[in-house]
Design a protein. Sequence first.
Length: 135
Amino acid sequence: MKDIKFDLNYNFLSIDDSILENEIYNRPWGFYKTTFSNPYSQSKIIKINPLGELSLQEHKHREEHWIVIYDIGDVILGESKKKVSTGSYIFIPKGCKHKISNPSETKSLMIAEVQLGEYFGENDIIRYQDIYGRV
């Protein structure tokens, strides 16, 4: 596939998905795209829409490493809360409740996620709170 110039407003749904190695998965908070996957790791790019948030969740089979690519976010990690911004790194141990939200009303939040573990399926998500009714 040819390179596409970086643009947060790019219409990824216009891409001919027959030429993609991994699909883009739309979610109520934005989308994610798997960029690499093998038996012991997986990486994703995650876009969180303005005022969007991932559910408060944990995983039993993987740890996650997040790097904020663009803008600012609010993270819950266990019992702590912190603000993150471009360049911030967050380590999420296996079994730790976590969530990231985008407080901006106008800008998307982009993060890179690397998962390490023995299983990376979406059914490893244990949700505790979710503003989209998915608990």
